[in-house]
Design a binder for this molecule. Structure first.
Ligand SMILES: [Zn+2]
Length: 847
């Protein structure tokens, strides 16, 4: 009895507490007392702390346990092994029919099937939060929104539960979220400090925006370089949500942004106009209504880019849904001073909560309309594809199975239909071999994604880009491809397997492995790690192998059996194992006397030194570029290397390393002593790989002497321009990110493994460097007509035509390899990764 009274008092106290603590977000709202509120569960009101990711998951687990209207799934894991979860909420009846609801949604999105009766179908809403870890209000809003949908007694919430299936992804980027939360919580003052200069508001490098490898996951929906996005997109294609949200934060002095985005200028060319002209304005009315109610300021139609398909708010637009980006002013920390007074964390959270509710209300009111649109979208896609002059795209690199596999798998991940090419084919003067090439027909529901993969876009309504203006993925993968007037094809491809080659058993004088495959550097690293001695053959030749006469290009790896520390059987068994694992063909030869070209003991053959690599990171360094390199070394090569902070550079003994990578950044903090040590090390044979403005710093310090491109008759800016044109005028001069055709010197070691002298490259810098004064040391320059896709100003294009992509500067016994393009961009430029890896493995042969 006493216990019951105590319990009653306790629960009464708790529900009053809940009422008080959630009152700010949901004034006057009644909630089901059987569902614990976030403040009851966490022990603090939302907004008081940055909620740790494991606690968000724990709260969602609780909701799953106590009610049949919620279900939590783990769809994968992040690099740091945090679970990626999705909480699904719907009425108990709909939860019981969830699989049938999903199947109907898939049927709706598939024009080859009959259209289901949409009048009875619930709308599918995906609320995505927290892709940027240091924009933390969104995940807190996710917690409150989940609670509201499940526990609110309002008519709207009841209606939603009956007629909608809501999927909540509380944090697209849990690793970055926790990095930031730890910072904000551990630097919080009591009372909170609003001064923007306080440590709480200024995270340490690289900040929490990005994931484990310092990648912006709000660029990764297209590249799928990371597990967070791969599982997300896989999940997306299981549901085809009608609406998908993406909640962000912007500057503290700003207000709130919701779509529509800037008309035409920031829109994607393949998305139907109806999305921008009709659906977005319908939704905007709801956002405005909710924001007006709480008196929060907002804006629309300016600045935010909505064109790049890798954004979480653009990818859904290319899949028959509505993708929505929201941005709130940030308190970055718990309280921060702004031009409108102090902004609290709770204020920013409330902005996202009301827009979450507004999104659901709009999706509910437009339920049938959105279903009809989803159907129309895929029907019109297939129909437009059927009318395209290109009936299919043919692609494939006959020299590189590894990269072919990566690209085919990538297309399948985006649910694009791919077929075998059943005959040798020549299109636009390019030869595509049967078995080494594939066909993607344009007449398919994913036609708009097919265009995204294969089309170059050069005409734009605007000239200022927030980000990339080109994303032709076939070019990123370095795939030879062509648009074909016919769509003939063989069997449809559904899986991609590593090829199996027969290993040449028995005695060998030497083994040979071609350098053309994407995974050749990986097997080289693994062989060296095992203690196997490997040499590089710096010239073309042909040998008698187990398959008869074979032609080999410069860069081929040789394992000479007379110079191994391990026993012959150990070398061959290890080689066999690694070759099978990496899908590499191994040739055995019984003599060093070649059939043509240089012999195996030529002076043009040299031992490949096992690289010991160091990369500068930390304050002042471009974390994206450094992260792309780290990701390449870990995920593609499996090669450990040292990342040294700029602050510790003075302690390093460079003579312990063969190669120093300097990403773009500010190196002025390095001491005079460090600069001298660097000079001495390079002069004694070290290799520096310098990216973009790191090269300018090396020039400044006299370590290299490369010259900038100057145009004799460059147009001058007008002396006076209207004040409000400043952003557009200056922005148009930047190279936001676009694709160019470069010309390779195939005889230079940087081009080992390449067979065509033309290669698409990605560039996002306006640093233009002239070819080297030494006429042999500009192995990558631009073609006479280099512009393939994306925006560039006329003046910059003229400069580009005169500039170099890669230059080598000799310095004593050592050298600097300068990259002015982005060979590892977003973990997706597989076509240019080998230029960079060649600098690591063959740097000492480059000058
Ligand atoms: Zn953001």
């Amino acid at each position: 009895m006493q216990k019951t009274i105590l319990y009653l008092i306790f629960t009464l106290f708790l529900s009053n507490l809940a009422l008080a603590q959630e009152e700010y977000y949901f004034p006057g709202e009644k909630f089901d007392p059987n569902i614990p509120s976030p403040s009851q569960f966490l022990g603090y009101p939302i907004g008081d702390w940055h909620t740790r990711y494991d606690l968000i998951v724990k709260y969602f687990e609780k909701l799953d346990q106590i009610s049949e209207t919620a279900q939590l799934q783990t769809i994968g894991y992040t690099h740091e092994h945090r679970p990626k979860v999705i909480l699904t909420i719907a009425s108990a009846k709909n939860m019981g029919n969830l699989e049938q609801i999903r199947q109907k949604q898939l049927q709706l999105a598939d024009p080859s099937q009959s259209k289901p009766d949409v009048s009875t179908m619930p709308s599918i809403v995906h609320l995505g939060y927290g892709v940027h870890g240091n924009e933390p209000s969104s995940a807190e809003a996710a917690i409150l929104t989940a609670y509201w949908i499940m526990a609110s007694q309002s008519d709207l919430a009841k209606n939603l539960r009956e007629n909608m299936v809501v999927h909540i992804d509380p944090t697209l980027n849990p690793d970055g979220r926790d990095r930031h939360s730890l910072w904000a919580n551990s630097n919080k003052g009591f009372p909170p400090v609003a001064d923007p200069l306080d440590r709480e508001h200024n995270e340490a490098w690289p900040g929490g925006r990005t994931n484990h490898y310092w990648f912006d996951l709000n660029r990764d929906w297209l590249p799928l370089a990371h597990p967070e996005s791969r599982v997300k997109v896989e999940w997306y294609h299981q549901w085809y949500p009608n609406v998908t949200t993406d909640f962000h934060e912007m500057g503290t002095n700003s207000t709130y942004f919701f779509e529509p985005t800037k008309p035409f200028g920031s829109e994607n060319p393949v998305v139907p106009r109806k999305n921008y002209d009709d659906i977005n304005p319908r939704f905007a009315k709801y956002f405005a209504k909710y924001m007006d109610e709480i008196g929060s300021l907002y804006w629309t139609k300016e600045v935010f880019d909505n064109s790049y398909p890798g954004y979480g708010s653009t990818y859904p637009d290319i899949h028959g849904g509505l993708g929505l980006v929201f941005e709130t002013a940030s308190s970055r920390g718990h309280l921060q001073a702004s031009q409108r007074g102090d902004i609290s964390f709770a204020f920013t959270i409330r902005n996202h909560v009301v827009n979450s509710l507004a999104t659901m209300e709009a999706a509910l009111d437009n339920r049938v309309y959105l279903h009809d649109y989803l159907r129309e979208f895929f029907e019109s896609a297939a129909a437009e594809g059927g009318k395209d002059a290109a009936k299919s795209y043919v692609f494939g690199d006959e020299f590189d199975d590894g990269r072919n596999r990566l690209f085919v798998r990538f297309l399948l991940d985006h649910k694009i239909k791919v077929y075998e090419n059943s005959a040798d084919l020549t299109v636009d003067g390019q030869a595509f071999k049967k078995g080494k090439s594939w066909v993607v027909p344009t007449n398919q529901p994913q036609y708009r994604m097919v265009r995204t993969m294969f089309e170059y876009v050069k005409e734009f309504a605007d000239s200022v880009f927030y980000d990339a203006s080109a994303w032709t993925m076939a070019a990123a993968y370095g795939m030879p491809f062509a648009a074909a007037a016919t769509a003939k094809s063989g069997t449809e491809i559904t899986t991609v397997a590593t090829p199996e080659f027969t290993f040449p058993e028995g005695k060998a004088y030497a083994y040979l492995i071609d350098w053309s495959d994407y995974y050749a550097p990986k097997i080289l690293f693994e062989l060296q790690k095992t203690g196997i001695h490997v040499e590089a053959i710096h010239g073309a030749f042909s040998s008698q192998t187990q398959d008869g006469k074979v032609e080999f290009a410069a860069g081929t790896m040789m394992i000479p059996m007379g110079f191994q520390k391990l026993k012959a059987e150990e070398v061959s068994s290890k080689l066999k194992e690694l070759a099978a694992k990496n899908g590499q063909k191994v040739y055995a030869v019984q003599t060093g006397l070649n059939l043509s070209g240089i012999d195996l003991g030529s002076n043009k053959v040299s031992a490949i030194q096992q690289p010991k690599v160091l990369m500068v990171v930390g304050t002042g360094i471009n974390s994206y570029e450094a992260g792309e390199i780290w990701n390449l070394m870990d995920q593609q090569l499996g090669m450990p290397f040292t990342k040294i902070n700029t602050e510790q550079f003075g302690r390093v003994n460079l003579h312990d390393y063969t190669t120093l990578i300097m990403p773009s950044g500010n190196y002025n903090t390095l001491s005079e002593g460090s600069v001298n040590h660097l000079k001495d090390w390079v002069n004694r044979g070290g290799t520096i790989i310098a990216m973009k403005n790191a090269s300018l710093w090396l020039n400044q310090k006299g370590i290299t002497k490369e010259a900038a491109v100057e145009l004799a008759d460059a147009p001058k800016d007008p002396e006076v321009l209207p004040f409000d044109t400043r952003n557009d005028f200056e922005g148009a001069k930047e190279v936001g990110g676009s694709i160019y055709l470069a010309e390779l010197d195939l005889t230079h070691p940087i081009a080992y493994g390449y067979h065509r002298n033309n290669l698409p490259v990605y560039r996002n810098t306006d640093i233009f460097i002239a070819p080297s004064a030494d006429k042999y040391l500009t192995p990558v320059k631009y073609t006479a007509n280099p512009h393939l896709g994306g925006y560039i100003s006329k003046t910059n294009l003229e400069k580009l035509k005169l500039s170099a992509g890669v230059v080598i500067s000799s310095s004593g016994q050592g050298r600097v390899v300068h990259f002015f393009d982005s060979p590892n961009f977003r973990g997706t430029w597989f076509g240019t990764n080998k230029l960079f890896l060649n600098a690591i493995f063959h740097g000492d042969n480059m000058d």
